[in-house]
Design a protein around this ligand. Structure first.
Ligand code: GRF
Length: 187
């Protein structure tokens, strides 16, 4: 299945997906990496791997709908049939999300429904939770709210900082996203 990955920054989850997709037996192949940030590191990673990239800046469009349509045009142009959000830091409009419902996945660094939104690691630490983790879910119009496809858990240690906890979660993210996507495509 040809997929597009949307990202805004570092792109380590994209890299994990790309590595998995190098196996000919893997059920997805990345045909486009799309970013709302022209200087996203993830775009450089994609270029280095010979994967097509596109950058679409929000400020070049008058409305969210116009921006979303520009994104969608790139996705169609590349022939992608499924979208993986991987650190894409913009909220997509309801019409776009509804058109892609069941065909758009996201990875969120918490055990949803806990800690939707930003700063998940700091909030988990502030609450003193014993366990934290990551969720791959289907995207629905409500932020970080769609049905979970897979989760991975990590322990929270007494001396954790948001950074050390994020790092422990990220190791799991890189395993979970490729596995969850493959399982989803396998039905
Ligand atoms: C990850 O923690 C992901 O779960 C969250 O944003 C971060 C993106 O990291 N949605 P990267 O760009 O994939 O390295």
């Amino acid at each position: 299945v040809p997929i597009a990955v949307f990202l805004s920054g570092r792109g380590s989850n994209f890299a994990a997906l790309a590595e998995a997709a190098e196996d000919p037996a893997y059920p997805a192949r990345i045909v486009l990496v799309l970013s709302d940030k022209v200087d996203a590191k993830g775009l450089d990673l994609a270029r280095a791997k010979g994967i097509a990239t596109a950058a679409v800046a929000r400020r070049d469009y008058d409305s969210r709908d116009a921006f979303d349509s520009a994104l969608e045009a790139k996705v169609h142009e590349a022939g992608a049939q499924l979208i993986c959000l991987a650190g894409f830091m913009r909220i997509l409009g309801r019409p776009f999300v509804e058109r892609w419902e069941g065909r758009m996945l996201n990875i969120h660094p918490s055990l949803l429904p806990a800690y939707r939104g930003l700063d998940t690691h700091a909030r988990a630490l502030a609450d003193g939770v014993a366990e934290h983790g990551v969720t791959v879910h289907l995207v629905t119009p409500e932020l970080d709210d769609g049905p979970a496809l897979a989760q991975a858990r990590v322990p929270v240690r007494p001396d954790d900082t948001p950074d050390t906890l994020a790092q422990r979660v990220l190791v799991e993210e890189h395993k979970l996203y490729p596995a969850a996507l493959a399982a989803y495509l396998a039905g």
